[in-house]
Ligand binder design. Structure first.
Ligand SMILES: NC(=O)c1ccc[n+]([C@@H]2O[C@H](COP(=O)([O-])OP(=O)(O)OC[C@H]3O[C@@H](n4cnc5c(N)ncnc54)[C@H](O)[C@@H]3O)[C@@H](O)[C@H]2O)c1
Length: 352
């Protein structure tokens, strides 16, 4: 098992992670345990967790519906209500057993209940193992705005047991890979090359991603500078995600981010930060590894507006995180709407 030290808490990853959790529970006396899951992790992961950690047989289980819709004030209120009804006090522990939705929602709810109780993450999706459970960001969506309400609040520990991935649906596995590739493209060329040439087992991808993300988080825990590089692919990815939201082509976040990384790499080429060869390597690989969302010429104006640009004010500028070579990223780079338009046209041309 590998232990990585983060901002005041350990991240333990590997086959022995649940044993380590059991030992942690023995060492840390809590007055009561609560386990937050969604309906899928309740069925697929909770029995494994409880059989590895007998102390959790007495835990109260809080179940939320699966999916982004659970990251809401209503579900937070349900959690607070259950905690109160079951006399959770300052010495209680909340265990977040699930994907990024459960860790964001549970982390947020615990961080403000009675001004903060301890919580730990036991991530079960690739995205949560490789990304969301690390870095101390918690949050819920509000009035349609993603992660609008939240806190910076660290778990007491993170236990990553890759065995949970056995039951994760393939589409969600791919979704997590997108964020792994983003970390490789922004932080480590060798890791990128390893991903595209050798492939890698999930555990090794998770470990490398966590180590790289953790390094950035330790330098900028409150997201005021360098941590912005982790937004690479997200500005245009979010625009695409919103564009297809609520339609039959609705995208998972990672699927939109892969498309966003191709488009934003094209902007890097326009700004002479990245070579055409590197762009071609990135887009060829992503096209072979993912089913990318298509884009038609007729949708470009709507996407431009979603990316925060008014088509009438072509001189308006936006700031983005852009790679300046594979494995390195600059943040706060000014980008014009003309450059964004060209990147969308390039992306749309891939489907002609
Ligand atoms: N806090 C952060 O730093 C951070 C970083 C990245 C993403 N996020 C957040 O993470 C969320 C997305 O996370 P996600 O992709 O894990 O989504 P998710 O939590 O909705 O999980 C995806 C799906 O997989 C199911 N699932 C999870 N683990 C499973 C398992 N082992 N077996 C069977 N089914 C399983 C879930 O029930 C769900 O249906 C978003 O809300 C995003 O904002 C947060």
């Amino acid at each position: 098992m590998t232990t990585i030290q983060s901002d005041g808490y350990p991240i333990m990853a590997g086959d022995g992670a649940l044993k380590a959790l059991s030992a942690f529970l023995k060492e840390h006396p809590y007055s009561s345990y609560f386990i937050l899951c969604d309906e899928n992790t309740l069925q697929a992961c909770l029995p494994i967790l409880i059989s590895a950690c007998p102390a959790l047989r007495q835990a109260d289980i809080i179940e939320v519906e699966s999916g982004e819709s659970a990251k809401s004030l209503d579900f937070s209120a349900n959690i607070w209500e259950t905690l109160l009804e079951n006399q959770a006090d300052k010495q209680s522990l909340l265990i977040n057993l699930g994907g990024g939705v459960v860790s964001d929602l549970g982390g947020f709810s615990a961080s403000v209940y009675k001004r903060g109780i301890d919580f730990i993450h036991v991530p079960t999706s690739l995205l949560a193992m490789a990304d969301a459970s690390v870095g101390g960001k918690t949050g819920i969506d509000f009035l349609g705005i993603k992660n609008c309400i939240g806190t910076f609040s660290s778990p007491r520990a993170v236990f990553i047991y890759p065995g949970f991935l056995m039951s994760l649906p393939e589409r969600h596995f791919q979704n997590g890979l997108a964020e792994v590739y983003k970390i490789a493209l922004t932080c480590d060329k060798k890791f990128w090359e390893q991903c595209i040439h050798e492939g890698s087992d999930a555990e090794s991808l998770i470990l490398q991603s966590v180590k790289l993300k953790n390094k950035i988080v330790l330098r900028d825990p409150f997201d005021q500078g360098i941590r912005n590089v982790l937004n690479f692919g997200h500005t245009l990815g979010h625009a695409l995600e919103s564009f297809y939201g609520g339609t039959e082509k609705e995208l998972l976040h990672g699927e939109a981010v892969v498309a966003g990384m191709i488009m934003e790499s094209h902007i890097s080429v326009q700004k002479k930060m990245l070579s055409r060869k590197e762009l071609s390597e990135i887009s060829t690989y992503f096209r072979s590894a993912f089913t990318l969302p298509s884009l038609e010429e007729a949708s470009l104006e709507a996407l431009l507006r979603l990316a925060g640009n008014d088509k009438k004010t072509s001189r308006s500028r936006l700031r983005m995180s852009l790679i300046d070579r594979i494995g390195s990223c600059k943040h706060q780079v000014e980008v014009s709407s003309t450059q964004i338009r060209k990147s969308l046209e390039y992306y749309a041309s891939l489907f002609q």
